[in-house]
Design a protein around this ligand. Structure first.
Ligand SMILES: NC(=O)c1ccc[n+]([C@@H]2O[C@H](COP(=O)([O-])OP(=O)(O)OC[C@H]3O[C@@H](n4cnc5c(N)ncnc54)[C@H](O)[C@@H]3O)[C@@H](O)[C@H]2O)c1
Length: 257
């Protein structure tokens, strides 16, 4: 679908965006949405085949996109992805950090490597990409949209590593928003509840859960579709949200209300 303002331009006409996690789910939907509204998009993901598919789908729909393989757990790869966006488009207006992994387990059963991987991708990856992009976003008075989670705002059993990473993303977002807000760089995050993606399908309770603790997750009747999160990401990244800074924007059917 193409979105435009009636004059042939969308909210991101003339702008360039970098979206991590663009091979699948929310990241793919966000890349497609920004491109549909006129952005040129650097689609980054560790999944080479998936990210090529996303870029190809954007091109088929008439948009402009470049695919880039990038493991956000590697700070050098984050810097290279930002450099690739600048090389391709000559500017960077929007950074969407969507790449992430989930893990559901009893806290006592999370191995050191599992813990470190979740923190490295979800939290450190978000930070390193922000760090690489900020000097360029300051030039364009651009903005960042990070992806946290309802699990970063409320306690959810069996998510200790994931929740710690996402709570970190919420506070990273707020700290950067304050640090750069007076220089016209906005930093916000979305906090989705359950979204129908491969990540959610793999996010099942561990063996032998306490059913009482799981009841808390059953208040919301359905999962979101990825596009419902992408729509919020696009709003936060657009000039319509120019007074929104440091927000942790819940899109969760009321889960944390
Ligand atoms: N699906 C949900 O219920 C839900 C809820 C709240 C928040 N989130 C968050 O939304 C984001 C997107 O997840 P999704 O649900 O679309 O899942 P998804 O699995 O469909 O997409 C995640 C993407 O991140 C990529 N990725 C994983 N590790 C990476 C790495 N090291 N470097 C670069 N890319 C990497 C994957 O290849 C994949 O394309 C994640 O940060 C996730 O934590 C998801």
């Amino acid at each position: 679908m193409r979105y435009d303002d009636g004059n042939g331009g969308g909210r991101f006409a003339g702008k360039a965006a970098l979206v991590t996690g663009a091979a699948s789910g929310i990241g793919r939907a966000a890349a497609e949405r920004l491109a549909a509204e006129g952005a040129r998009v650097l689609c980054a993901d560790v999944n080479a085949a998936g990210v090529k598919e996303t870029a190809a789908a954007i091109q088929t729909a008439g948009g402009e996109a470049v695919a880039r393989v990038c493991d956000v757990a590697d700070p050098a790869a984050c810097r290279s992805a930002v450099a690739a966006a600048l090389e391709a488009f000559g500017r960077l207006d929007v950074l969407c950090n969507v790449a992430g992994v989930g893990i559901s387990a009893h806290a006592t059963e999370i191995g050191i490597e599992q813990w470190q991987r979740v923190i490295a991708i979800n939290l450190s990856g978000t930070f390193f990409t922000c760090q690489a992009a900020i000097p360029h976003l300051l030039e364009t008075k651009g903005n960042i949209v990070n992806t946290a989670s309802a699990a970063g705002l409320m306690g959810i059993a069996y998510t200790s590593a994931y929740a710690a990473s996402k709570g970190g993303v919420v506070m990273l977002t707020k700290a950067l928003a304050v640090e750069y807000g007076r220089r016209d760089l906005r930093v916000n995050c979305v906090c989705p509840g359950g979204v129908d993606t491969p990540l959610a399908q793999g996010f099942l309770p561990p063996e032998d859960p306490d059913p009482f603790l799981l009841q808390r997750m059953q208040l919301v009747p359905r999962l979101a579709e990825p596009w419902e999160i992408a729509a919020a990401i696009a709003y936060l990244a657009s000039d319509e949200a120019r007074y929104v800074n440091g927000a942790a924007f819940s899109i969760d059917g009321g889960q944390v209300a």
